[in-house]
Design a protein around this ligand. Structure first.
Ligand code: THG
Length: 832
């Protein structure tokens, strides 16, 4: 916190702003002001029309937990006698076998994250939702604790409590400017709504400004701050039936009794609303809404044109209405109330997640954007904890605004990806699926060579990345029949090929080229770079030039923010291997004053290849202008050398656990680098290997994947990363907090008794009938003939040999806690 009692201005009194004001005052802040350009409490943003569905089941653990926290907070509240939330439950129905399988998968998520849920048959669906024709459905997922939330009432309740605790709410107040001094927020400039043409803005002094401006966020960011917020409002059809005769007796105040109904095969949801049925449509084309299409506060005040409620487009809605009539017979004789129907506007980001956290470069400016009612109060708790203590208390890597790579963000990218996120809200999305939009944005210089080998491509951070190569179709598969590579279940076989197993085998037996270009890399240089990194990393970089270290970045509470490699290239020059843009931002935020140390993203402009496998040294030796023997080029060292004339930064380490090097070079040299390695590798049986092989190899080697296996919720010890913490006498960010950390959970390596079973991650882990944990990463270990699942379980169940079950699509699979790593625990392959 910048001050003990900071002045906080929250922009926007929707479900997010109101919850945030409440959470901040609950944490003892007294000088909190919320400004909103609209009137109380229906201020004109998305919260004013939100249908208020809170389904807690989500593939993302954090999104599920924050929905749970939201409902826990709103339970039992009322505004002048009117209910705020009601746990009517949720019912997701299936009309196709694929959806039924998807519901089983979602049951797994619910089980993993602690949401009560069960699968029910057609008759039970109809019993839960009288009026639903059981002949039209094949089953459903019932989640009895899901709830309808009245958005405006949630705003009102939380805003009132915040006010009672000392917060100031200023409606009809529009933010027109941000005041800063020395890179620090000092206040916001505001005008009343409506304002006289010559009105001069008032200034509200602030130490912290949080944008919870919803739809208006991108415009505010552009006009006030001059940057592009990767967020796109989208319009979404929301229709109402005319009052139904059979429901005339339903009390309007009761409003809803039956569960919220989702029919995702048709991209729609239904909710009773007094004597009518309201139906939302996700099935239609994405309708991105650009800034000028959003009515201003003045317009709203003067004309009542609602900024977040656009005219209904019946042509988009028609299929939805027809389908509703199919599954709910009472709608067949009803008419759509076109006058009451509208297109509601709400916010989407490129990955569908929210945007929270501090804005780099402007001290005191925060975002709480792209949050829906579902997670609203939970997200506000996270932001409030983060603001007041520095510790958000939860894994923020999928929430943090800074996760979007500045190299990739553009308006065009946002429109494309947000449209896809919109389309996918109700789609069955495979965990291994790649985006279909904005493909080909970033390619390595050897992309054409990869394609010539039949690369099947996936996407990561804008990069095209080979998953496997069709040219390897004739390579020998692992000899282990128990893997049943030619008989995978159809779901696990998607975005996958048995070729991956052959590529993994070739990596362990001969030599392979793995594309490392997308690995985020930074150069840290300048006087003080060593001292700086000695403060940031849990292992000491101050070793001889040419040494590489593996270490962690810790947050102030000792949570693992990243695991990184640091290669010392000179007395004050390092290359870091990172996990993403968040790491760059964390490093930059901690740079010493004075500007002597610089952090540059060198992912862009360079490419990289992992040359790995027992024959890798033979390949490199034939091309390198220096000695690459073990004596001359040790494990965990780096050298600059020429590889057939190509200037290369070579690091002897391997995330797949084999002898070899990561080879980095400026992009223009990449084509030749590939060609010379390929030619020299021919006699050693070199292959190109894709990401699917890579993923399996690293799991066999027991290397953690940050963001999946480990997050800031975990300390190093419980994650099995204690070996990377060697603080000594240094003052390392976050290290002081380590001693006081306790954890009852452990990350363990499970192997399934049946190596032919393939898990994909997030499955629940059981001990007997009790759910005790969840899977983080899972894959078959192709070269060890295993099926591997890393999982968080209670310490008492973390002993090697402990028998547990992993539940996958409703079936329990026996698994055993296994000593790790599964491959090469003695490190003979890497050190050879
Ligand atoms: N290569 C490089 N940097 C990286 C990664 C990479 N940074 C991000 C991410 N991947 C970090 N993950 C790991 C995980 C394990 C190792 C390296 C990067 C590794 N571990 C050795 C071990 O545990 O046996 C380290 C031993 C030691 O501490 O010396 O090599 O893929 N450049």
């Amino acid at each position: 916190m910048p001050y003990p009692q900071p002045r906080v201005v929250v922009i926007g009194l929707g479900v997010v702003g109101a919850a945030l004001a409440d959470e901040l005052t609950l944490r003892g802040l007294r000088r909190v002001t919320v400004v909103d350009q609209g009137p109380l409490y229906e201020t004109g943003g998305s919260s004013s029309h939100a249908p208020g569905f809170v389904f807690q089941t989500n593939g993302s653990r954090v999104m599920s937990l924050l929905a749970q926290r939201t409902l826990d907070k709103l339970d039992g509240l009322d505004v002048d006698g009117a209910w705020v939330s009601k746990r009517v439950g949720g019912l997701e129905i299936a009309r196709t076998p694929e959806r039924l399988r998807e519901l089983r998968r979602r049951l797994g998520f619910a089980t993993s994250w602690g949401v009560e849920a069960s699968l029910v048959g057609p008759d039970e669906c109809a019993a839960l939702w009288p009026g639903l024709d059981p002949d039209t459905v094949s089953g459903g997922l019932h989640t009895p604790t899901d709830a309808v939330v009245k958005g405006v009432r949630a705003v009102q309740w939380q805003a009132r409590r915040a006010e009672a605790a000392g917060a100031t709410i200023r409606p009809l107040t529009r933010v027109v400017g941000l005041r800063t001094q020395g890179g620090r927020v000092t206040g916001v400039e505001v005008l009343p709504v409506p304002a006289a043409p010559d009105a001069q803005p008032d200034v509200i002094g602030a130490d912290v400004v949080v944008s919870a401006a919803g739809l208006w966020g991108p415009g505010l960011a552009r006009d006030l701050l001059g940057f592009e917020l990767p967020m796109m409002p989208m319009a979404h059809g929301f229709g109402w039936s005319e009052p139904l005769a059979a429901r005339a007796s339903v009390d309007e105040a009761t409003e809803v009794v039956r569960p919220m109904l989702r029919h995702q095969d048709a991209g729609m949801y239904l909710r009773e609303w007094g004597s009518t049925i309201a139906i939302g449509a996700y099935d239609h084309r994405p309708l991105p809404v650009e800034d000028p299409q959003i009515a201003s506060a003045d317009e709203f005040a003067a004309t009542g044109v609602h900024p977040a409620m656009h005219p209904f487009t019946p042509e988009d809605y028609e299929p939805t209405w027809k389908e509703a009539q199919t599954i709910v017979p009472e709608l067949r004789d009803a008419r759509l109330d076109v006058g009451r129907s509208f297109n509601g506007i709400f916010s989407f980001t490129p990955d569908g997640g929210p945007m929270l956290g501090p804005v780099p470069g402007v001290e005191g400016l925060w975002l709480a954007q792209a949050v829906w009612v579902t997670q609203s109060a939970g997200m506000a708790q996270v932001v409030a904890d983060w603001l007041t203590t520095g510790d958000p208390g939860i894994d923020t890597h999928g929430l943090d605004f800074r996760r979007f790579d500045p190299a990739v963000v553009s308006h065009a990218h946002t429109v494309e990806r947000a449209s896809e996120a919109y389309d996918e809200v109700y789609d069955v999305v495979h965990p291994r699926a790649s985006t279909a939009r904005m493909r080909g944005l970033r390619t390595p210089p050897f992309h054409d060579r990869q394609r010539a080998l039949g690369a099947v491509l996936g996407e990561a951070s804008g990069w095209e990345r080979p998953l496997w190569f069709e040219a390897n179709a004739d390579l020998p598969l692992p000899d282990e029949p128990a893997l049943r590579l030619d008989d995978r279940d159809a779901w696990a076989a998607r975005h996958w090929s048995p070729i991956a197993a052959a590529e993994a085998r070739a990596t362990r037996e001969r030599v392979a080229l793995h594309d490392m270009s997308p690995l985020p890399r930074a150069r840290v240089s300048g006087p003080g770079a060593t001292a700086f990194l000695r403060r940031m990393l849990t292992s000491d970089v101050d070793r001889a030039v040419g040494q590489v270290v593996y270490g962690l970045l810790l947050d102030e509470s000792g949570g693992v923010l990243s695991d990184v490699t640091a290669a010392r290239l000179g007395p004050e020059e390092y290359q870091l291997g990172l996990n993403g843009p968040l790491d760059l931002d964390w490093l930059r935020a901690h740079l010493p004053e004075g500007g002597s140390v610089q952090v540059h993203d060198v992912t862009t402009g360079h490419c990289g290849l992992g040359l790995w496998g027992p024959r890798s040294r033979d390949v490199l030796a034939a091309l390198a202008d220096t000695d690459v023997s073990d004596a001359a080029f040790r494990y965990y060292t780096a050298q600059r050398l020429r590889v057939a004339g190509v200037p290369v930064l070579a690091m002897r380490l391997s995330y797949v656990g084999e002898l070899g090097w990561e080879l980095y070079t400026p992009a223009e040299f990449g084509g030749r680098l590939w060609d010379v390695l390929w030619e020299a590798g021919a006699e050693h049986g070199i292959v190109a290997a894709g990401r699917r092989a890579f993923e399996s190899l690293r799991l066999e080697k027991g290397y953690r994947l940050w963001g999946h296996d480990v997050t800031r919720e975990h300390g190093p010890d419980e994650a099995g990363l204690g070996f990377a913490v060697r603080i000594g006498a240094r003052d390392v960010v976050g290290a002081a907090a380590l001693a006081a950390r306790t954890s009852t959970q452990r990350l363990v390596c499970l192997t399934l008794d049946d190596p032919g079973t393939v898990l994909l991650g997030h499955e629940p882990v059981r001990s007997g009938d009790a759910v005790v944990g969840y899977v983080t990463s899972a894959d078959q270990g192709y070269t060890s003939g295993t099926s591997i699942a890393y999982a968080w379980v209670p310490s008492a169940l973390a002993t090697v040999g402990t028998a547990l079950d992993v539940e996958y699509l409703g079936v329990r699979h026996a698994a055993t806690v296994t000593a790790e790593p599964i491959v090469d625990p003695q490190m003979t392959r890497l050190r050879g």
